[in-house]
Design a protein around this ligand. Structure first.
Ligand SMILES: [Zn+2]
Length: 236
């Protein structure tokens, strides 16, 4: 376990130096949450098979290979490159736990500097332009909740492929302009598609909380979006 910590620290140090050179203020989130505490996949790295995601230090190529060849999602650069293993590691680990019926709705992930509509965006999907592509921004990548951003955006990809289920969500939970009962987050109150994306995010990050506070949304997601698969708290 120590080997991982020291390698992580070395990587963090290299990263800080690089960022200082670029004169960019930046928080390296790895130092805030040690991986060995967060994810047992790291500890069990030796037992990984091709069906399982590569561990944090397998290298960018291994992460890309898993995402592209095993999960059939293209990994492309936008106006940033996927240069940090951590970002693709989180994505690999996340999609390894989600049902294929959900992950297969995402065609591509791209890395961009900022959002196109808002400079504060953590990520986005242009839902009017197929194929479904997730864009991750610098803000999203440095947010400390990368998995939650990915699954929120993956839900928009799901919505692109399943307009019928999105309509069913609208019919069940929304009136003309607002949800029948407040959404799981303030942002979720802004639109039907954001309500669903925020709810799926909570289903992933804290399923028991969603189940007890929003049982109808929980059951809907379990039945129509997650193909019956359930998650505990902080499953990644
Ligand atoms: Zn959204």
């Amino acid at each position: 376990m120590k080997r991982y910590i020291s390698r992580r620290d070395a990587e963090a140090q290299r990263h800080r130096e690089k960022q200082r050179e670029n004169r960019v203020f930046y928080i390296f989130i790895v130092s805030a949450q040690p991986y060995d505490e967060k994810n047992s996949v790291i500890v069990n790295a030796n037992s990984l098979t091709s069906a399982q995601p590569p561990d944090m230090y397998s290298g960018l190529d291994a992460q890309k290979k898993y995402i592209e060849r095993i999960k059939n999602i293209r990994v492309l650069a936008g106006n940033r490159d996927w240069s940090r293993e951590y970002e693709l590691y989180v994505f690999s680990a996340l999609i390894s736990k989600l049902p294929p019926s959900f992950t297969s709705c995402t065609s591509e992930i791209r890395r961009d500097e900022v959002g196109i509509k808002s400079k504060k965006a953590a990520g986005w999907v242009d839902m009017d332009s197929p194929p479904p592509v997730i864009h991750l921004t610098d803000i999203g990548a440095n947010s400390g909740c990368l998995d939650e951003i990915f699954i929120h955006e993956m839900t928009h990809c799901f919505q692109m492929k399943h307009r019928d289920i999105t309509q069913k969500w609208k019919d069940k939970f929304w009136g003309w302009f607002s949800p029948n009962t407040p959404s799981v987050t303030d942002y979720g109150n802004s639109a039907v598609v954001e309500d669903m994306a925020e709810s799926v995010k909570k289903y992933w990050s804290d399923g028991p909380w969603l189940q007890s506070n929003f049982p109808d949304r929980y059951e809907f997601i379990k039945t129509y979006i997650m193909n019956g698969k359930e998650f505990g708290k902080n499953d990644l």
